[in-house]
Ligand binder design. Structure first.
Ligand code: CP3
Length: 650
């Protein structure tokens, strides 16, 4: 496990903060290659802006089109370095002005000028043209078009087609650095210089991306550079730089949750080694890593001494074999605490995400890429099985899962569809896609809810505090209760076996809410069903049996079955394991809330739990329950590193 750049060369295109960046890279164990790619252009050197002002004041301009707010402000500032602002505003008030979008309108208002031509939503250049065609003919008119960052040749062409004479007014904030030497050398280094291979390229702004390719183009190296990036790990500071990278036909390999330089360097140092190995392996296996998704990964054939699932530290721990360190994965490791997850969730609902195998697989793999955990858990939900039974499920924002037609009576239970797990084939497909793309020695976990926990949602219609309706059915109408549990047990056996057949290396049974029962009630109302369920599974895949809330149930759970018992934080791991016995592995069990504290506190808690496990084979580290949406992602990463480092056995 490398948590630094291991001396590899790391290119940064930072200019103003070049030395700070070099320091950060060096501190993270990398060899910095600093190639400044930008220079701030003084306002008075924006010659196109000044030429525009001169022509405007001379009465030569008929129309001004403003395309961006930032560009508009920069234009005004540049002009005011040489001309009187009042004269400029007077002149603007005499011509037609069209502003493309609310930001340029706002910039105009700052000078107390209103646009004379209002462009309707969504403010595209075709909306602009349509407005001109209706309100003001531009033929034989002299039209200035303010540009920022990039020009819009289609708009210019369309205006020229209408007989307008165009004056482009590009304004610049950033230019190329005066000395292009370092940038040119870095580009050659990336392409394959003699001073050692570049491992990583870090972009901390969108302009850097454009400038790097602009200079490569000047030197006729654009194609070669793009090709070389197939084997260089690309880090981006945030979404805007990432978009620019994508626009250049590349794929971002890592973007931190927090858009800060220090986060980028630290997190790239942490995950870069694995991501670089993966990218180079993919490239050797002819994956176009400039345009790839995680699911496109192709690993080496498993014949030639490369790792396989037999080498999985997680699988060894499930079988209680010795491991070089304690493996860790985290319940809800893919989820709303991650910006990359939220970005995907903005476009699709939770259910649509689960039902699109490529997306579910991508999210599953994303968690492994970002965290460096020892197992992936397939992205799905325990309540998906309720749909093929005929229930109407929705995940409601802020409320959690809701079932609109809950099961309350014998007639409701009898009305449930005969289970056909092929309606959940999307989960099997997601597993197949994930298993193919996941590193061969990282385990893939499938899962299902246990009958009690699923039944509680089916009966209550959603989350519950006291399980009143669930327990009332259980106590008052035992026949109906057992009929429902049997119905669930049947579908869950097929569902989990289907997942194992599709590539799950292990499966977890989540009995998250069964801790609300007394041991006697567990024994009577739940245990026989769970036992039948686990006995019905393909036992070539280890079973993790997890619950929360009630340590008094643990021995009963073990008797019901499972190769690994999942503990929540309310149990003392040492005590629980000694009660359970040495013939079972254990998973857990840090209180998730510790993740809100500090790296030091996280490490102290990890150490305490490792001490309780005392190096006995068969401990898998996890939280006692899932990650919460507002937990700091860097603390989740800290947990993974702390477990790996503090448990390393040499
Ligand atoms: O662990 C993982 O990374 C795999 C994915 C996974 C989800 N749900 C995704 C999910 C797993 C293993 C589950 C299991 C699950 N689902 C359980 C058992 C585990 C536990 O936490 O006890 C339960 C009880 C459910 C039911 C469920 N699904 C609830 C209560 C909620 C709402 C939670 C909330 O905070 O909103 C869900 C929705 C859900 N399942 C989300 C995720 C990532 C949030 C969905 C979103 O993006 O809005």
């Amino acid at each position: 496990m490398s948590v630094d750049f291991e001396g590899l060369r790391v290119v940064s295109f930072e200019s103003r903060k070049a030395s700070e960046m070099a320091e950060l890279i060096r501190a993270a164990g990398g060899t910095p290659v600093i190639a400044p790619s930008m220079r701030e252009i003084p306002l008075e050197q924006n010659s196109e802006a000044l030429t525009f002002a001169k022509l405007l004041l001379a009465g030569w301009i008929d129309v001004l089109i403003l395309t961006t707010g930032v560009g508009t402000r920069l234009l005004v500032k540049s002009v005011s370095t040489k001309y009187d602002t009042r004269d400029f505003v007077d002149a603007l008030n005499k011509i037609k002005i069209a502003a493309l979008g609310p930001k340029s309108v706002a910039a105009l208002w700052e000078m107390n000028i209103a646009p004379t031509i209002l462009v309707p939503r969504p403010y595209t250049w075709s909306d602009l043209l349509a407005t001109f065609d209706e309100q003001y003919r531009v033929d034989n008119k002299r039209v200035a078009v303010q540009e920022y960052g990039q020009s819009n040749p289609e708009l210019v062409q369309a205006l020229e087609d209408r007989g307008a004479q165009i004056l482009p007014v590009p304004v610049y904030r950033w230019g190329l650095p005066e000395d292009l030497g370092p940038l040119r050398r870095a580009i050659r280094d990336i392409i394959g210089g003699d001073s050692g291979r570049v491992g990583f390229a870090l972009f901390t702004s969108a302009t850097q991306v454009r400038h790097v390719f602009q200079v490569a183009k000047m030197d006729g190296l654009e194609g070669k550079l793009r090709e070389a990036f197939k084997e260089v790990c690309i880090g981006s500071v945030g979404p805007v730089a990432s978009r620019a990278i994508t626009e250049q036909g590349l794929t971002v390999d890592y973007e931190p949750d927090m858009p800060k330089m220090a986060h980028l360097v630290r997190e790239m140092a942490r995950r870069g080694g694995d991501l670089l190995d993966k990218k180079r392996t993919a490239s050797e296996n002819r994956v176009d890593t400039n345009q790839w998704r995680r699911i496109d990964m192709v690993w080496q054939p498993s014949t030639d001494g490369h790792p396989t699932i037999k080498d999985s530290v997680f699988m060894k721990a499930c079988r209680r074999e010795e491991t070089p360190y304690t493996p860790i994965w985290i319940m809800r490791q893919a989820g709303r605490y991650q910006r990359e997850y939220l970005r995907i969730r903005k476009k699709v609902t939770m259910l649509a995400l689960c039902k699109t195998p490529e997306l579910a697989a991508e999210v599953t793999l994303m968690a492994v890429d970002r965290l460096g955990v020892d197992a992936a858990i397939i992205f799905a939900d325990i309540l998906l099985v309720t749909e093929p039974m005929g229930l109407n499920l929705e995940f409601v924002k802020g409320e959690g899962p809701v079932i609109y037609n809950p099961v309350r009576t014998r007639a409701d239970v009898d009305r449930l569809n005969k289970p056909d797990v092929n309606e959940l084939a999307y989960v099997f497909d997601a597993l197949k896609i994930t298993r193919r793309a996941l590193r061969p020695d990282i385990a893939l976990i499938g899962f299902a809810g246990a009958p009690f926990t699923i039944a509680s949602y089916m009966i209550e219609g959603g989350k519950s505090d006291h399980y009143v309706k669930t327990k009332t059915m259980m106590y008052r109408d035992q026949a109906t209760w057992h009929a429902l549990m049997e119905h669930l047990t049947k579908i869950l056996i097929d569902y989990l076996n289907g997942q194992i057949a599709a590539g799950a290396d292990a499966v977890q049974l989540f009995d998250s809410w069964v801790g609300s029962l007394s041991p006697d009630d567990y024994r009577q109302f739940v245990m026989p069903h769970v036992k039948r369920l686990i006995d019905g599974l393909d036992r070539s895949a280890p079973v993790i049996h997890f619950s929360t809330g009630n340590p008094a149930l643990l021995t009963l759970m073990k008797d019901a079955g499972g190769d690994v018992i999942g503990l929540d934080w309310r149990s003392d791991l040492a005590v629980a394991w000694s009660i359970l016995g040495d013939d079972v592995a254990v998973m857990g069990n840090m209180d998730p809330i510790v993740l809100y504290s500090s790296p030091q506190e996280i490490r102290a808690h990890v150490q305490a739990i490792l001490d309780k496990a005392a190096g006995r084979p068969g401990h898998i580290f996890n939280l006692g329950h899932g990650v919460l949406p507002d937990m700091p992602p860097e603390h989740v990463a800290e947990l993974v590193d702390a477990v790996h480092e503090l448990s390393a056995r040499s």
